[in-house]
Design a protein around this ligand. Structure first.
Ligand code: ADP
Ligand code: MG
Length: 417
C-alpha cells in the first residue's frame, strides 16, 4: 500500500433511525506531491484523492433500539440516564457493524469515521439562558468503537463547523464535489434520507461555487404516515403511494410554510418535520383514504425537491462574488442537466417517477448515484470515511459555502484505541 493509503470504515446512521450503514473505503492521495487542494482549507481547489469503495453493508437497528432512538429524538424531555446508556449501547452496535463488515469483505480497517446518531440539531443560534446558542448532538460512544475495533475513530464531526460560525450541516458536499463535479455538466446531487438535501455543483465549479441545503422532508413524513396508518416502517418501493391519489391542496398548503421559502443555507430535522408536523399533516388528510395520505406525503417530498431546484438552484446567483446567475437559459457556466439521487428514497419507485416528471420541464434528468459507482445507500457512509481521512491528516473538510462557516475547520474528535 502506498504511503498515504488507508482503509477507512465510514459509519452512518441517519434521521430515519432505520439502522447503520458501513462503507469500507480505500483512500489514497493521487500524486506523490500529496493533496492538491483541500476544500475550505488554506489550500483551495479540488481534493484529488483516489477513493475506492471496497464493500458496504447495512445493519437495521433491532426494533427495540429503533423505538428507543426515535423516542429520544422526539421527546420534549428524556431521561438523562437513558440517553447516557443509549450512547454506550450505540457505540457497541457501531463497533459490531464495523467488525462484521470488515470480516465480510476480508479487509483490515485502519481508521473509523463514525457520524453517530443525531439526537438533536439546531443549526441557528437561538436565545437560551440569556445567550444565543446553536447546538448539535450526535450519540454513539467513539471510545467504545475504538476499543472494540482496535483502531482510532474520528467522530462528532459537526461541532467544529458550528464553532466556526457554520450550521454544522450539510457535510456530505465535500464528497459530492470530489465524486460528481464535472467540467461540462452541472449536477444537483440529491440525497433522500429521512430529510432530503441537495448539493448543486455547477459545471466546472470551484469549491466556493457549491450550494447545499436541506430541501425538506425526505422519507420521514412518508415513514411516519405508514407507521400511523399501516403499522409498517416504510412504503416499500412506493407501492401504496402508487395506489393512492395525491391531494394537491394539502401539498400546496404545506409548501407555504416559511421553511420552504427561506433562502439557503438552511437545515431541517425532526424538529421541523417530526411528530408535530406529521400530526398536522394527518389532520389535513383526515377525510382522505389511507393510500391517498401516503401518496400526498410522497408528493410533498417531490414538490419540495423540485421547488428547491427551480427556486434556489436554477434561479440563484452562481457565486456571491460574481453575481452571475445559475441556470439562466443559455448561460454556459452552470449547465444543470442532471439530478443524481441517493439515499433510501431512491428505492421508492413512485417517488422517483413523480420527481422525474416534475424535473423534466426544467430540462433536468434523474440519474442514480449507483451509476457513478456509489451505491445509493452507501453514499453518506463513504462521505464520513473521507471526512475522517481528512481529519486524520489534519485537514479542513467542511465546505463553508454549504454550511455558512466563516472558515475551514478540521472536523471531529479522535478517540485512540
Ligand atoms: N425499498 C424501499 N422502498 C421505499 N422506501 C425505501 C426502500 N428502502 C428504503 N426506503 C426508505 O429509505 C429510508 C432510509 O433511508 P436512509 O437513506 O437510510 O435515510 P437516513 O439517512 O435518514 O437513515 C427508509 O426509512 C425508507 O423510508
Ligand atoms: Mg439510514
Amino acid at each position: 500500500m502506498s504511503k498515504n493509503a488507508m482503509v477507512v470504515a465510514g459509519v452512518m446512521s441517519g434521521t430515519s433511525a432505520d439502522g447503520i450503514n458501513v462503507a469500507l473505503v480505500r483512500i489514497e492521495e493521487a500524486s506523490s506531491a500529496g493533496l492538491v487542494g483541500s476544500v475550505g482549507g488554506r489550500r483551495r481547489g479540488r481534493p484529488r484523492h483516489i477513493v475506492r469503495l471496497l464493500g458496504q453493508a447495512e445493519f437495521p437497528y433491532p426494533k427495540k433500539v429503533r423505538a428507543a432512538v426515535l423516542a429520544a429524538m422526539n421527546a420534549q424531555s428524556a431521561s438523562v440516564s437513558d440517553l447516557a446508556r443509549l450512547n454506550f449501547l450505540l457505540g457497541e452496535l457501531y463497533a459490531e457493524a464495523v467488525l462484521a463488515t470488515a470480516r465480510r469483505f476480508r479487509t483490515k480497517v485502519h481508521l473509523v469515521g463514525c457520524h453517530g446518531q443525531t439526537l438533536y440539531h439546531q443549526g441557528d443560534a437561538r436565545p437560551f439562558l440569556g445567550h444565543k446558542v446553536a447546538t448539535t448532538w450526535q450519540t454513539g460512544e467513539a471510545a467504545v468503537i475504538a476499543a472494540r475495533v482496535g483502531v482510532p475513530v474520528v467522530s462528532d464531526f459537526r461541532p467544529a463547523d458550528m464553532a466556526a460560525g457554520g450550521k454544522g450541516a450539510p457535510l456530505v458536499p465535500y464528497l459530492d464535489y470530489l465524486w460528481f463535479s464535472d467540467p461540462r455538466v452541472g449536477r444537483i446531487v440529491q440525497n433522500i434520507g429521512g430529510i432530503a438535501n441537495l448539493t448543486a455543483i455547477p459545471a466546472a465549479a470551484k469549491a466556493e461555487d457549491l450550494l447545499a441545503f436541506d430541501t425538506g422532508p425526505g422519507n420521514m413524513v412518508i415513514d411516519a404516515v405508514m407507521d400511523k396508518l399501516y403499522g409498517k416502517p416504510f412504503d416499500r418501493d412506493g407501492k401504496i403511494a402508487a395506489s393512492g391519489k395525491v391531494i394537491d391542496a394539502v401539498v400546496e398548503q404545506i409548501m407555504r410554510r416559511p421553511f420552504f421559502r427561506k433562502k439557503p443555507p438552511k437545515t431541517a430535522g425532526r424538529e421541523e418535520f417530526g411528530r408535530e408536523f406529521v400530526a398536522e399533516f394527518l389532520k389535513r388528510c383526515a377525510r382522505a383514504r389511507k393510500e391517498d395520505a401516503v401518496a400526498t406525503a410522497t408528493a410533498l417530498t417531490v414538490k419540495s425537491i423540485a421547488d428547491a431546484a427551480a427556486r434556489f438552484v436554477m434561479g440563484k446567483p452562481r457565486s456571491r462574488k460574481s453575481g452571475e446567475t445559475w441556470g439562466t437559459p443559455g448561460r454556459a457556466s452552470s449547465r444543470f442537466k442532471e439530478l443524481i439521487l441517493s439515499g433510501g428514497g431512491a428505492r421508492n419507485a413512485t417517488l422517483v417517477a413523480m420527481l422525474a416528471e416534475r424535473l423534466a420541464p426544467l430540462g433536468i434528468i434523474v440519474r442514480f448515484s449507483d451509476e457513478f459507482g456509489l451505491p445509493s445507500e452507501a453514499k453518506e457512509a463513504v462521505a464520513f470515511a473521507v471526512l475522517a481521512y481528512e481529519t486524520w491528516n489534519r485537514r479542513a473538510s467542511n465546505v463553508p459555502s454549504a454550511t455558512g462557516a466563516k472558515r475551514g475547520a478540521v472536523l471531529g474528535k479522535v478517540s485512540y484505541a
